[in-house]
Design a protein around this ligand. Structure first.
Ligand code: FAD
Ligand code: UDP
Length: 394
């Protein structure tokens, strides 16, 4: 009998397995339908011996000391600050848009103060910022929006930024200084020996059994367990009762090139040309030395493995119907990017999983307290609260 059946060996499932097994001495079975652990963060050495991320570039960044310290139990880190160039008007310019982006694009030599004024003069007035278009045009105006955001977003999401929630393009800031880092989080680093090694260490415990190549549907009726933790798509769990929740997919085209370096930056974005959105060169992320180099192209698709929840009002409304069902399902806990339909980064999923662990342990402590038999040595005051008094015996 397992205490927990955990569906999905990604961040959500693996963090919970690790905490429940090591901290609460629970017996846990983790199943994943893929042939590997680590979910979308899975990395591996390809046939040339280069460490690549099977499901596209994964760069770890967080402002949470708790999350960083927690993961540091399972890995050392390689300090890494991510940088991206965008291919626009035949030039490679820093993305997020910053002082150098503007100067290079328009052949100017503005300072920070002047570029701030320049952007203000371009910005459109938007009374209420609701959509991903509003976010950008209200900061940098329509021309820069069209050069950097409109077509990339249409390609990535299959819809116009005006149809997407503001949270999507809000992920990318605009700067008037020369900071060309993609993220500004306090902790920015890559697991020194890769994500999969980190997951191996998380799951390496006698209380944890891992079954790969296994869809949970195929075993759920045969393996006894007390509670389930589910990190797959929430609509699938409920047999699409209210219809399909849209998830955006990608096709990854991996290549190894007979050259030591290929790109001018770890990632180059192509907002306006090509069918792919971006190319990543893995050695820039991992720091690996190798005479060849491996890259990946990302081609957005509507069908295929679910990678991105699509943030827009009608999808949030549909998700809320599934969430209500999820909340009403006893002994099943939904966690992670697909099961809670949230466009979460890795650190947010780790935080969500740690929070669920806390909730589960608080719940089981309450149950234990309620069912514990009073001992004769307990103080009279405590016994009074736990057992009805029998005056005849006093
Ligand atoms: P997943 O990793 O998706 O794990 C869910 C697992 O459940 C999967 O392995 C799946 O096979 C399994 N599963 C589903 N259904 C079943 C079933 N029926 N039976 C058995 N198993 C099942 N985040 C960052 O912080 N930085 C980045 O740079 C970054 N880059 C990204 C790039 C791309 C292209 C993508 C798609 C995501 C990126 N992310 C990034 C987000 C990151 O991948 C997620 O936040 C994180 O991996 C989510 O973990 P999870 O456990 O919720 O889900
Ligand atoms: N985006 C864009 N142009 C870019 C980079 C990002 O339009 O050059 C928009 C696009 O809609 C994208 C979103 O901003 O989906 C979030 O970008 P991020 O790099 O965070 O995407 P992720 O790494 O999650 O795919």
């Amino acid at each position: 009998m397992f205490d927990y059946l955990i569906v999905g060996a990604g961040f959500a499932g693996s963090v919970l397995a690790e905490r429940l097994a090591t901290r609460s001495n629970k017996k846990v079975l983790v199943v994943d339908k893929r042939n590997h652990i680590a979910g979308n963060a899975y990395d591996h050495y390809n046939e040339e011996g280069i460490l690549v991320h099977k499901y596209g570039p994964h760069i770890f960044h967080t402002n949470s000391k708790d999350v960083f310290e927690y993961l540091s139990n399972f890995t050392d880190w390689r300090p890494y600050e991510h940088r991206v160039l965008a291919s626009v008007d035949g030039q490679l310019v820093p993305m997020p848009i910053n002082l150098d982006t503007i100067n290079k694009l328009y052949g100017l030599s503005l300072n920070s103060f002047e570029v701030e004024q320049f952007l203000e003069s371009l910005a459109e007035q938007v009374p209420v910022i609701k959509t991903s278009e509003d976010v950008v045009v209200s900061k940098v105006g329509r021309e820069l929006y069209e050069k950097f955001f409109r077509n990339y977003t249409r390609k990535q999401w299959g819809m116009d930024p005006s149809e997407l929630d503001k949270s999507v393009t809000s992920r990318v800031p605009t700067r008037t200084n020369r900071d060309d880092r993609y993220f500004t989080d306090t902790y920015q680093a890559m697991p020194l020996h890769g994500y999969t090694r980190m997951f191996e260490r998380m799951l390496d415990h006698p209380n944890i059994k891992v079954m790969l190549n296994t869809d949970y549907h195929d075993i759920v009726d045969f393996i006894p367990f007390k509670e389930m933790i589910f990190s797959g798509p929430v609509d699938e769990y409920f047999d699409f009762k209210y219809g399909k929740l849209p998830y955006r997919s990608l096709e990854f085209k991996h290549e190894t090139l007979n050259t030591e370096n290929y790109l001018a930056a770890p990632v180059v974005n192509y907002p306006n040309d090509n069918l792919y959105t971006r190319i990543t060169e893995f050695k820039a992320l991992t720091g690996q030395k190798h005479p060849k180099t491996s890259i990946v192209y990302e081609y957005p698709k509507a069908e295929g493995d679910p990678y991105y929840p699509v943030p827009r009002l009608e999808n949030a409304e549909l998700y809320n119907k599934y969430k209500k069902l999820a909340d009403e399902t006893p002994n099943v806990h939904f966690v992670g990017r697909l099961a809670t339909y949230k466009y979460y980064n890795m650190d947010q999923v780790v935080a969500q999983a740690l929070t669920l662990y806390k909730k589960l342990t608080e719940k089981s402590e309450e149950v234990q307290k309620a069912t514990v038999k009073p001992t004769i040595t307990g103080s009279a005051a405590i016994l009074d609260k736990l057992v009805p008094r029998d005056p005849a015996k006093e």
